[in-house]
Design a protein. Structure first.
Ligand code: HAM
Length: 426
């Protein structure tokens, strides 16, 4: 075992028994996103490193410590994408799509961050993200929240809460930054090592400290709402009114600062109480300066991304029961049956697109084929021997629970299966 090549640490395989939950999540997310008019965009996993350092910020943990960066054969510095917003903006700019247009977009796929792997924190993880461009009002901020809430409802998730905050404009944020630097510098002795480092590089992130010993100090730090500009305060007020009117519960968390530098005004996180430390299942906010900072026209933007591994874990805890085992296994006994069986299997799949039917391959005795049928997890064995092939019939035997073997004509078989498996014909 030890000399066999293993997956890279923090990069997981998704095995067949796990994929139904992924598909359930992905299908529902796509449907909900489309129901709000969001269109899918796909962009590369690799980009120039400068895109990420410019968009996300040199001093963020993501850029300074976590990116998978390497030189390609031409000596160009490339990085695996640690998130999707930067690549999305790059793609829109490159294709001239931000000349005053609005866009509602979504994407999905793997992201890469060299973090310390633990439960709910991986080095290759997957996100579904949504981004809205060219819309500067709090109405679209609220739309993204309602979209998220609708998805949690559809997935049947409970115990999910919403935290919101505003970071103001870059100017008011800079004033707040100064106030924080002044405060924390005067209490330098009480800072832990991480926070002392952040005091130099990214003082807002001190507020995000997970160290319980820092809590009391952070509680006394200046609050962002004391430094907010009037327009951002108004934007935030109207955002909250829209959430109130829609009946969405939330908590204003003035310490919510986010780990990426591009945010302005609204920021938010959806949290669960069921996953321990990795409680954020979805997070995002407004980034009104990002497009311009990448050389594009002044274009507001707002979006979020959800961490699929964390939501899958919630689905596993709360729902279970995702199933991709076959409904039926077709046993073929003898050469005539082999030929007739292939045709029969195709007919069944034509008639019942939702049917999961495995046809025995590789021959074998009746006993061996029954054993395979049983192991497949199928609910029914469909048995086609020489006699049945002649008479246009199939023997059907339930493999789980009670029930006798019976004979059904191959004509009637689709309806027979549809009724028992609740598949619905056609
Ligand atoms: P983020 O907060 O860095 O934001 O990531 C969003 C979500 O991805 C997190 O809430 C979490 O669920 C998941 N996630 C992040 N890192 C990991 C990891 N190492 N392992 C597992 N899951 C993880 C962004 O990425 C922004 N681009 C979101 C956004 C879009 N803001 C505006 N538009």
């Amino acid at each position: 075992m030890s000399d066999r090549i293993q997956a890279v640490r923090g990069m997981n395989d998704v095995l067949p028994q796990e994929t139904p939950a992924w598909q359930f999540l992905e299908d529902n997310a796509r449907r909900v996103l489309e129901s709000y008019g969001y269109e899918q965009i796909r962009f590369p996993l690799l980009e120039r490193t400068a895109l990420f350092s410019g968009a996300i910020g040199e001093s963020t943990d993501v850029v300074s410590k976590e990116m998978y960066t390497f030189e390609d054969r031409n000596g160009e510095s490339l990085s695996l994408r640690p998130e999707g917003t930067a690549g999305c903006v790059r793609a829109l700019l490159q294709h001239g799509m931000l000349q005053g247009q609005t866009h509602r977009l979504w994407y999905q796929g793997p992201m890469f961050r060299h973090e310390r792997p633990q439960k709910g924190r991986l080095r290759q993880f997957h996100q579904i993200g949504a981004e809205a461009f060219g819309l500067d009002g709090p109405d679209v901020d609220a739309e993204l929240i309602l979209l998220g809430e609708r998805l949690w409802r559809r997935l049947g998730l409970t115990g999910i809460s919403l935290e919101i905050n505003t970071l103001g404009t870059p100017e008011s944020r800079a004033r707040y930054r100064d106030a924080l630097v002044e405060f924390f510098s005067s209490r330098r002795g009480e800072l832990d090592e991480d926070s002392r480092r952040r005091l130099e590089s990214n003082p807002l992130r001190i507020l995000d400290s997970k160290n319980p010993d820092m809590r009391a100090l952070i509680d006394h730090a200046p609050r962002i709402d004391e430094h907010l500009d009037a327009e951002s305060a108004d934007h935030f007020g109207r955002f909250k009114e829209l959430l109130d009117a829609a009946g969405v519960g939330y908590r204003v968390n003035p310490r919510l600062v986010r780990g990426l530098d591009y945010y302005t005004r609204t920021v938010f996180e959806w949290l669960t109480d069921k996953l321990g430390a990795q409680s954020a299942i979805c997070a995002g906010g407004r980034y009104d300066g990002l497009v311009a900072s990448q050389g594009g026209p002044d274009t507001p933007g707002v979006g979020f991304a959800m961490g699929l591994e964390r939501i899958i874990e919630l689905l596993r805890l709360e729902q279970g029961g995702f199933d991709s085992t076959p409904h039926a296994y077709l046993l073929l006994l003898g050469e005539t049956a082999q030929v007739a069986g292939t045709a029969l299997a195709e007919k069944l799949r034509d008639a019942l697109p939702a049917l999961r039917l495995v046809m025995n391959a590789g021959g074998g005795s009746m006993k061996a084929q029954f054993r395979r049928a049983d192991r497949s997890g199928a609910q029914y064995a469909l048995i086609l021997g020489e006699a049945e092939a002649q008479s246009g019939e199939v023997a059907v035997k339930p493999l789980r629970g009670e029930g006798e073997q019976q004979t059904v004509s191959s004509e009637a078989l689709p309806a027979w299966l549809a009724e028992r498996l609740e598949l619905g014909a056609g």
